[in-house]
Design a protein around this ligand. Structure first.
Ligand code: LLP
Length: 401
């Protein structure tokens, strides 16, 4: 049982709590599902890039899927080996490509022909051979929220099959490129297996046709996207996921890579916020809390659902909107949910807040980013200090004239 009261007195609110034991369970469930083959789980750092979270996963054996050189630096700082780090992303700057090559990471994932040329130029300047993979866009509907769906040709991600093939041939013929991997990622919060399996089939067929022309790919990267339980969704079981991939690969002997973010950390996290007061306008009841959209933007941005619990209250239940203090009507955590009557300083727990919550937070309304705390084996420890006012203005104050 988490003692929310003690923790919120100790660290203040709003606050993120992460259960590191839950992260272990998720990692182990996925790793063991793939145990019949060589596999590498590269944690999608964007989901939660706290250094201690990365280190925790790295210590268990995970690599990292990064989408900026900043994330690569975080992974290295957290002790993840360079040979387990990959760099993806639809638009990489030259300096990011150069640094990734200097740091000798496992591979750079290419998302366009133009990018292949930039990577070749940078590799040549270092007189190195860049290990690359190509992100294939299989044009398959992942059946998830349109904002987090990425595997259709209408999305900006990856390249079509013909382009991919051309890129592999170019890479094979280049002195500065080494095509070692292939990649697809069709979307996030996926709850249906069939689009993943179909995509894997398409990409495995491409691998076979490349093999026929002597281009031998070693890493089969199936991206991330496994959904989690926010509101009772039916989930893809890791075992079924792995079996589906094994089936599509058949006798192809490749290291399977995956890039889960949300699956590993999403349900490890909770956001703790305090009731400031209640307010009733005409028929509408608002519970105003000290956390806001700048701390956790998923409800405002995607209309995403997060379970909400008001601690230690049961009486006078009625419909309420749970809202923050930011000056936007979109600043809400939930609308029209049943909630007991609340009082000043009551604690509210917002569930499933381990992925894409802190990492998408901002200083909007000059609100400091909140503290993050790890819970492990019954102990709690601070893993990110609350941002102070001085932290927020430090890059501006010297320019005040
Ligand atoms: N690999 C690639 C290439 C990705 O683009 C992503 C996520 C992942 C892996 C990890 O996906 P996951 O396993 O976490 O589903 N902010 C949104 C989610 C954006 C996902 C972006 N890409 C949200 O709050 O739902």
């Amino acid at each position: 049982m988490i003692d929310y009261k003690t923790l919120s007195n100790k660290y203040g609110t709003p606050l993120y709590l992460y259960d590191f034991n839950h992260i272990n369970d998720q990692y182990n469930a996925l790793k063991s599902a793939f145990r019949a083959r060589k596999s590498l789980i590269c944690y999608a750092v964007k989901a939660n890039s706290n250094l201690s979270v990365i280190k925790h996963l790295g210590d268990m054996g995970a690599g990292c899927d990064c989408v900026s050189i900043g994330e690569v630096r975080r992974a290295l700082l957290a002790g993840v080996s360079n040979y387990k780090i990959i760099l993806s992303g639809v638009g990489k700057r030259d300096n990011e490509i150069l640094e990734a090559l200097e740091k000798d990471i496992l591979m750079i994932n290419l998302e366009s022909e133009a990018e292949l040329e930039r990577v070749e130029i940078q590799a040549k300047s270092l007189d190195k051979k860049a290990r690359i993979s190509v992100r294939v866009n299989p044009n398959i509907d992942p059946k998830t929220h349109p904002y987090i769906s990425t595997g259709l040709h209408e999305n900006k991600f990856g390249v079509d099959l013909d382009t991919a093939k051309r890129m592999y041939i170019k890479a094979k013929n280049s002195d500065f490129l080494d095509p070692v991997g292939i990649h697809f990622h069709i979307g996030s919060q996926l709850t249906e297996l069939s689009p993943i399996k179909e995509s894997s089939e398409v990409v495995a067929d491409l691998v076979r046709s490349l093999k026929a022309i002597k281009i031998d790919i070693k890493f089969f990267d199936i991206g991330g996207g496994l959904g989690i339980d926010y509101e009772g969704e039916r989930l893809i079981k890791p075992y079924d996921y792995a079996q589906a991939i094994f089936e599509t690969l058949g006798t192809l002997d490749m290291t399977i890579m995956c890039e889960p973010g949300r699956f590993l950390v999403g349900n490890s996290g909770e956001f703790i916020t305090k009731v400031l007061y209640e307010k009733v306008n005409e028929d509408k009841r608002f519970v105003i809390v000290d956390g806001a959209m700048n701390d956790l933007i998923r409800p405002s941005l995607y209309n995403a659902f997060h379970r909400i619990e008001l601690l230690d209250r049961e009486e006078n239940i009625s419909k309420a909107d749970v809202v923050g203090p930011v000056c936007e009507s979109g600043d809400f955590f939930a609308k029209d949910i049943n909630l007991p009557q609340s009082y000043h300083d009551d604690l509210v727990v917002i569930k499933s807040a381990g992925a894409y919550c802190f990492t998408m937070s901002s200083n909007y309304n000059t609100r400091g980013r909140v503290a993050e705390v790890a819970l492990e084996d019954g102990e709690d420890r601070l893993i990110r200090a609350r941002e102070s006012f001085d932290d927020m203005i430090k890059n501006e104050k010297d320019y005040l004239i």
